[in-house]
Design a protein around this ligand. Structure first.
Ligand SMILES: Nc1nc2c(ncn2[C@@H]2O[C@H](COP(=O)(O)OP(=O)(O)O)[C@@H](O)[C@H]2O)c(=O)[nH]1
Ligand SMILES: [Mg+2]
Length: 220
């Protein structure tokens, strides 16, 4: 218990440094969290390819093993640095700090941090991001916000992905939204398909708005 508190306190101090580093460069940093396979990398690939936001995008890829996602991102056209966590089930602030040295994002850009896929540990670790974005796909069940309340409480935005599959699964969208709002009344919810592109305009609108906020915050 005490060890956990000390680890979290050390992480929080480093996250505060990362946050100041981002703010000094007017960078919007987002921490993307979800179960494995809900579509984080696909959403990033699509976002990079669509280029509907004029802001330059960089990606820090967190996974226990492999460089696969980093390669997918580079193939889509954005700089990416892969951070492998080994046995670790989440990224920590110091890993992000080291990744940034290599990634070298320019001022005014967006840094997307794809966290290790699970809805438990990443909720506890602040990376210095502007916001956590949780991705839930329609194949996972509408009860997930209730089962993993910490994650959905920590997130500012929930992206409900794979809505192209709705005709084939018995997923109750309104129940999923109600469950998310039950644990986090303020959460913003967007419904998209990273495959078909449906709903992605709302995601790009949100990104543009957040980029503006990151720039304003730098002068506050
Ligand atoms: N039908 C459908 N499949 C998707 C969508 N988004 C991602 N996928 C698929 O879901 C699988 C996992 O996606 P991936 O982006 O690797 O998930 P990650 O583990 O969260 O990064 C892949 O086979 C994707 O092609 C979507 O919107 N619709
Ligand atoms: Mg991925």
């Amino acid at each position: 218990m005490e060890l956990e508190t000390r680890i979290l306190a050390k992480n929080d101090a480093l996250a505060t440094k990362n946050r100041a580093w981002f703010a000094g460069r007017e960078i919007l940093a987002l921490n993307l969290v979800s179960s494995p396979g809900s579509g984080k990398t696909t959403l990033l690939e699509r976002t990079i390819r669509d280029m509907k936001i004029t802001t330059k995008l960089y990606v820090l890829e967190g996974d226990q093993a492999t460089a696969n996602d980093g390669e997918r991102i580079r193939a889509a056209g954005a700089p990416a640095v892969q951070v492998n966590t080994g046995a670790g089930c989440h990224l920590e602030a110091d890993m992000v700090a080291r990744g940034l040295v290599e990634l070298k994002p320019e001022s005014g850009s967006i840094v997307m941090i794809e966290n290790v896929g699970n809805l438990v540990c990443p909720a506890m670790f602040d990376l210095g991001e502007s916001a956590k974005v949780v991705i839930l796909s329609v194949t996972e069940g509408e009860d997930k916000p209730l089962k993993y309340p910490h994650m959905f409480r920590a997130a500012e935005l929930m992206i409900l992905n794979k809505i192209d599959l709705l005709p084939h699964v018995d997923f109750d969208v309104s129940r999923a939204i109600a469950n998310a709002r039950e644990v986090n009344p303020d959460i913003i919810i967007l419904q998209v398909s990273a495959r078909s592109g449906e709903g992605l305009e709302t995601w790009y609108d949100w990104l543009r708005h957040e980029v503006g906020q990151a720039r304003e915050a730098a002068f506050a």
